[in-house]
Design a protein around this ligand. Structure first.
Ligand code: AVJ
Length: 320
């Protein structure tokens, strides 16, 4: 990141804030402008995302939970006894609890960039699963990281629910799956949730909810830039837009400038034309065949796949 080091110097930012600042400046200087979806999740954004997961239009979370509940015994049957469960990104513990309750894991390793969040979650799980070794790793799970020494010798099972994979471009998705395979080691397995391509109206509504929570979630990234980087975005001068891009099999979220305006961030000016977009997120949707191919190109094979009866969402067991 070309700007990050200089910004850290000038503004005395910590490592995370300088990476954020460098990304924002780099990505808003390009055309088309974009922002990475990983910056949605400050405290307010994480809370808004939790609200999204229970919206009537947002089917992924409840559908995946239904699949994990309904096929818990089949999942448990393929997990070796005494394995370590390594979760890539650790949000709410609802999903992992379903696996921990049904399978015989010896250790749980949540990997997340947010250290505070991790220790809170780890504490709660230790209390509820007293025989489980909980070893959090504070790291960016998209980059290589070391597994804790405590789990050495245990079989490893990756867990990547929520269709977070959908946020990656196809080449990034392959790179992530390959890196996860390297980290987890030979003979590893992985349980992964993947959202499926479906009726466009259903997809559209899931990202344009009537209550406007998704719009707030999208706009919150501008609020975060204002607070953490001293930006002066007039948040009311942007609007939320989500569209389904059929050719690329993805929902795109954008923030659209309502007028010609210019925004100042860290001593730099960014100008917007009326109607100009900041592309804030892509959420790729897969067919079972396209996901199987993607896994195959990344060093994994699909051992079993489960879906709900309406084929809205899928959960896969991969083997290295
Ligand atoms: C957390 C990436 C799976 O793409 O559905 C929800 C994020 N964005 N509503 C998704 C999101 C807008 C979500 N993922």
């Amino acid at each position: 990141n070309v700007h990050a080091a200089a910004l850290a110097q000038t503004y005395q930012f910590d490592e995370q804030t300088s990476a954020f600042a460098g990304d924002v400046i780099g990505n808003l200087s390009q055309f088309p402008k974009r922002l990475s979806p990983k910056y949605f999740y400050d405290a307010a954004g994480s809370e808004l995302f939790e609200q999204i997961t229970v919206l009537p239009e947002y089917y992924p979370t409840r559908t995946e939970l239904g699949i994990l509940r309904g096929h818990g015994d089949e999942i448990a049957a393929i997990i070796p006894k005494g394995a370590a469960l390594v979760e890539f990104g650790a949000g709410a513990t609802t999903k992992v609890r379903l696996l921990l309750e049904r399978c015989d894991f010896s250790a749980y390793v949540p990997v997340d960039i947010s250290g505070d969040f991790l220790s809170a979650q780890a504490g709660a799980l230790r209390k509820d699963f007293p025989d489980l070794g909980v070893y959090p790793v504070a790291a960016d799970f998209t980059a290589p990281f070391a597994l804790p020494a405590e789990i050495e010798g245990m079989p490893t099972v990756g867990f990547f629910p929520g269709s977070t994979l959908g946020n990656f471009e196809p080449d990034e998705a392959r790179a992530f799956l390959r890196s996860a395979r390297d980290i987890l080691g030979n003979g590893a397995q992985m349980i992964i949730g993947v959202d499926l391509e479906k009726n466009e109206r259903v997809l559209y509504d899931a990202y344009n909810d009537a209550a406007g929570v998704t719009a707030k979630f999208n706009l919150n990234v501008l609020v975060r830039i204002n607070r953490e980087l001293g930006g002066n975005f007039d948040v009311s001068a942007f609007m939320h837009r989500s569209v389904y891009n059929r050719e690329r099999h993805r929902i795109e979220m954008h923030l659209i400038s309502k007028k010609a305006q210019s925004v100042r961030i860290l001593g730099r000016n960014f100008s917007f034309r009326p109607g100009e977009s900041i592309h804030t997120e892509s959420s790729y949707k897969y067919s079972l065949d396209r996901f199987t191919a993607l896994a195959g190109e990344s060093g994994w094979s699909v051992r079993e796949s489960w879906t709900d009866r309406d084929r809205m969402f899928s959960v896969h067991a991969l083997v290295a």
